[in-house]
Design a protein around this ligand. Structure first.
Ligand SMILES: Nc1nc2c(c(=O)[nH]1)N[C@H]1C(S)=C(S)[C@@H](COP(=O)(O)OP(=O)(O)OC[C@H]3O[C@@H](n4cnc5c(N)ncnc54)[C@H](O)[C@@H]3O)O[C@H]1N2
Ligand code: MOO
Length: 389
């Protein structure tokens, strides 16, 4: 079955097990997906407070203040974080105040120290005090408000927000356990000598990194040689993974045994996706284990992971931007093209070397330009751009 990119994503998502939920301490929450909405236990700010170091006073008293005609107010006390001023600020009065300290009753505006002349008992304001420098109770969020939604990825900022909401632990979807296995007689581990016709196993290391970025538990398996028996043995030893990613052995060659094994002994959900690079990708199952066969070419394997596997594993859609093309991008009549591209000055430029073996391009190019089937783009046209992390 020859499927579109969105169909491939949906078919993979449908083979994944139902996600289990677990509570984790905030320290371990980064990168995970939130399994339930999070509600604020407190308001932030918890009280109306000052955004600056200066004085709190009544705005109305200070409207005429200027460098040439400063307004003088009498100091009646101090408000600092943890020790609020308990009196009331009356007309012509001011209270020294610090960033984050509660605004005293009666005051409605702040004037920063930079605009004050202090004579010990009073202050002269060179400009009117500003109500905009008051931070209102609950201005950020209110107790009881739902602030973080189920399904959101916990970025560092969202972990910080969960802490501010008052949660010490958060419910997350248990990470999927994803095994990675390269295949091919020519594939050699880095650190070993490289013989004629051999290649270092780069795919597995890129994939493990991308899985960890996607919040999955990655299991790196030894590379399997090109023999049906060895491959079958390797698959039988996978045990415990929610899904297996293989690289290599899915194309038309005589030694493409991943494809053969799934066709002969397993189930094939699809073989080939209407995309370039990465067309020969396949999805199937072997004895209950979902197997996603990534193409061996290094660029193909990482691009297919990025645009199909990652969104399916995380449930997060692929984020695309609209940017202007700085170079033309050709299209393909029957495939979506994902061309490696560089970003400069708000425009996107063809990286040039689009061969699927040019691993360097993945390091140099920050983005993929998506040209839909039958489309193309000229200089100045807006195109969809996928950022590569
Ligand atoms: N006659 C055809 N030949 C090919 C077609 C086709 O449609 N007709 N498709 C081409 C496309 S597109 C791709 S992509 C590749 C995919 O092939 P396989 O998935 O079978 O991958 P291999 O043949 O095993 O390897 C391809 C290439 O990648 C290198 N490789 C493999 N594994 C790794 C690894 N772990 N790390 C680094 N590099 C790896 C391998 O040495 C080969 O150079 O098929 C085309 N052929
Ligand atoms: O997917 Mo192949 O990547 O076009 O070389």
């Amino acid at each position: 079955m020859f499927v579109r990119v969105d169909e491939a994503r949906a078919l993979l998502a449908a083979l994944l097990p139902e996600r289990q939920v677990q509570m984790v301490p905030l320290r371990s929450a980064y990168g995970r997906s939130l399994a339930a909405d999070l509600t604020a236990k407190v308001s932030h700010p918890s009280a109306t407070e000052s955004a600056l170091d200066g004085i709190a006073c009544r705005e109305a008293d200070t409207l005429t203040a200027s460098p040439d005609a400063p307004v003088r107010l009498r100091l009646v006390g101090e408000s600092r974080a943890g020790a609020a001023f308990t009196g009331e600020v009356g007309a012509g009065e001011a209270v020294r105040i610090y960033t984050g300290a509660p605004l005293p009753v009666g005051a409605d505006a702040i004037c920063p120290v930079e605009q004050l002349q202090d004579d010990g008992e009073g202050v002269r304001l060179r400009r009117p005090a500003s109500p905009g420098d008051v931070r209102h109770e609950g201005g950020d969020f209110r107790a009881g408000e739902t602030v973080l939604m189920a399904g959101m990825r916990l970025t560092p900022a969202r972990v910080a927000l969960a802490a501010a909401l008052g949660h010490a632990e958060v419910p997350i979807f248990k990470p999927l356990k994803v095994a990675v296995m390269s295949t091919g007689d020519e594939v050699v581990e880095p650190g070993q000598p490289l013989g004629a016709g051999q290649v270092y196993n780069s795919n597995a290391y890129g994939l493990v990194g991308m899985l960890e970025e996607a919040g999955c538990e990655a299991v790196l398996l030894p590379a399997a040689p090109d023999s049906p028996e060895a491959l079958e043995q390797a698959l039988a030893s996978v045990g415990g993974a929610d899904v297996l990613l293989t690289s290599g052995g899915v194309s038309m060659g005589k030694y493409d045994f991943v494809r053969d094994l799934l066709v002969q002994q397993g189930k094939v959900s699809f073989w080939k996706v209407r995309m370039r690079p990465g067309g020969p990708a396949m999805l199937g199952g072997w004895k209950g284990l979902p197997v996603f066969g990534l193409p061996g070419n290094p660029v193909s394997s990482l691009v297919v992971f990025h645009v199909i596997v990652r969104p399916a594993l995380t449930g997060q859609p692929l984020t695309t931007l609209r940017l202007r093309a700085g170079t033309p991008f050709r299209g393909l009549s029957d495939k979506t093209a994902f061309w490696r591209a560089s970003l400069r000055g708000g425009e996107v430029f063809d990286y040039g070397k689009q061969g699927s073996g040019v691993l360097r391009s993945l390091s140099d190019a920050e983005a993929l330009v998506v040209i839909p089937e039958g489309g193309s783009a000229q200089v100045g046209d807006e195109v969809d751009v996928v950022l590569m992390g």
